[in-house]
Design a protein around this ligand. Structure first.
Ligand code: XMP
Length: 524
């Protein structure tokens, strides 16, 4: 089976992954053009897979291997007989040349890493429409080996100082091969190249959220039939969008369980409950389990212990409430595409790693439930677009990510109710400041951590001995790496003053200027 969505009638593009760090970016560029594509590792792409998948075009990604090495990764030879356009990128270019009769050689002074400039040849190529308006184009190279002879049928359309075959094409078969990476931002005009490629492959850009919504609803109805579905709501965007979509498909066959572990932000619990009950009329169990969680966390200060307690209680509690829903056969999860892409590893031969990062992980097996994952094909920003399509409030869709263990990991050391109360108030003031200054949407995530230390201060004529806190705000694309946000000193000063004046229990405010790595975004 190529995909869960093969019954859906999108035009499909296949990306064969040879292990490049930036393969996902190819998919991003294509999705931005309303093209449906899937990434599959080369070792899963057999001739039979190609027939079943039936792509309208194929892209070979880059990769760290060398085609000169024995047993280097290859696509099945039949890919060249599909009669569809193929674009080879970096390693993908080299593998295409090698398999079609060209030659690839090791670096020896011709390696190129980073920025380079490609100049055009005299002949025009539709793939390059909109390119070379200046006399050369900036591209991003990352190759040790290089093509030293092109295959029969290919011609050269662009060269760089170290890559005489930077852009080549066989226009009869619509095979294109480029040495650089058009998917990265350092190839500023790269998106244009993808746009031209899909245009000449005959794609019409039929991958829209409106259509996705209709088709996902049909798929959910078919999968679930007249059975019941339960969905764990965290209040985050993914689970909320999944819930609203499933509700649209099956109405009251869906019940959501929202576990309040006492580690939510100020007003959060009421907001989530009101949104689902009032706006959507979704059946919702509001599981108030604050006593249980805070009781079990009492006296615990080790970060991993705290996480494990929360994770395991979450499963127990969810299971307890889910058991009350008679006939539930399905569990809905907001799993996203980046979580399910199978990545290629070259250590010890091709292997498959699938990330899974769910706050209710382990539940389906334990309870014998089948999974409904209607967001499996989507990237995070597409989930937001689907949320907008479904009419979720913009303020809700744009919310910063919030971790499953909640405020527990923003309260280093022992968690007490007093500290949680102080933290909630300080966090609310900080976020209010960020919103007032119109900075919320520029920031990936912002929060306060309350520190396990009291410091001496002076307020009015009196001595204070209260908690210190740290403000955190980062910019990031995916949470994997992050930079601290460069607030102005005025903003920081004003915010510190407000927190100390408005939040009893805090008398010192610091700003965390650690990037990730070496820090992490959360404090625990
Ligand atoms: P770190 O702290 O690892 O966080 O840099 C990266 C991103 O992941 C979020 N995060 C979590 N999200 N369950 C979640 O749902 C968790 O256990 C968890 N831990 C961290 C964090 O808020 C940031 O966005």
């Amino acid at each position: 089976m190529a995909s869960d969505m093969t019954q859906i009638s999108h035009q499909k593009l296949l990306i064969i992954d040879f292990g490049s760090q930036v393969t996902q970016l190819i998919a991003r560029r294509l999705r931005e053009l309303n093209i449906y594509c899937e990434i599959h590792p080369f070792n899963k792409v057999t001739s039979a897979f190609l027939t079943e998948f039936d792509p309208k075009a194929v892209i070979f990604s880059g990769g760290p291997a060398s085609v000169i090495d024995e047993n280097s990764p290859r696509p099945p030879i039949e890919v060249f007989d599909l009669g569809v356009p193929i674009l080879g990128i970096c390693y993908g270019q080299q593998v295409m040349m090698q398999m079609l009769g060209g030659k690839v050689e090791r670096g020896h002074g011709t390696a190129e890493f980073g920025r380079a400039f490609v100049a055009p040849s005299a002949k025009k190529l539709p793939l390059l429409d909109g390119w070379f308006e200046a006399d050369k184009e900036q591209v991003w190279m990352s190759h040790g080996d290089h093509v030293s002879a092109i295959a029969d049928g290919f011609e050269v359309y662009g060269t760089s100082p170290n890559a005489p075959f930077a852009i080549t094409a066989d226009t009869k078969r619509n095979f294109f091969a480029v040495q650089f990476h058009p998917e990265v931002h350092h190839t500023p005009n790269g998106a244009k190249l993808y746009e031209n490629f899909v245009k000449l492959a005959g794609f019409t850009g039929d991958w829209t959220m409106g259509l996705y919504r209709e088709q996902a609803i049909a798929t959910i109805r078919e999968q679930v039939g007249d059975k019941k579905v339960i969905c764990g709501l965290s209040g985050g965007v993914d689970s909320s969008v999944a819930a609203v979509l499933i509700h649209e498909a099956i109405g009251d066959q869906l019940t959501c369980v929202f576990v309040d572990h006492g580690l939510l932000r100020q007003g959060e619990s009421d907001e989530v409950v009101a949104m689902f009950r009032d706006n959507y009329n979704i059946q919702l169990i509001h599981a108030d389990e604050q006593e249980l969680f805070l009781g079990e966390l009492d006296g615990q200060s080790d970060p991993e212990t705290k996480r494990k307690i929360i994770g395991s209680l979450f499963i127990d509690v969810f299971q307890k409430y889910a058991n009350q829903i008679e006939g539930a056969e399905f569990l809905a999860q907001g799993t996203l595409y980046p979580d399910v892409i199978e990545s290629v590893s070259f250590s010890g031969g091709p292997s498959v790693t699938i990330k899974s990062h769910h706050n209710v992980g382990g539940l389906p097996e334990k309870m014998g439930l089948k999974l409904v994952e209607p967001l499996r094909e989507l990237f995070k920003d597409e989930v937001r677009a689907l949320g907008r399509e479904l009419g979720l409030p913009a303020s809700f869709i744009g919310r910063h990510p919030f971790p499953g263990p909640g405020l527990a990991i923003r309260c280093p050391g022992e968690i007490t109710r007093e500290k949680l109360d102080i933290l909630r108030k300080a966090d609310a003031v900080y976020i209010d400041q960020i919103r007032k200054h119109n900075l919320y949407d520029e920031i990936w995530q912002a929060f306060v951590a309350i520190l396990p230390v009291r410091t001496v201060g002076v307020m009015g004529d009196g001595r204070t001995y209260d908690f210190a806190c740290a403000l955190r705000a980062v910019t990031s694309v995916d949470g994997m790496t992050a930079d601290y946000y460069p607030f102005t000193h005025e903003f920081l000063g004003e915010t510190a003053t407000r927190i100390i004046n408005e939040v009893e229990g805090i008398n010192r405010v610091t700003y965390d200027i650690t990037s990730k790595p070496p820090g992490t975004i959360e404090w625990e």
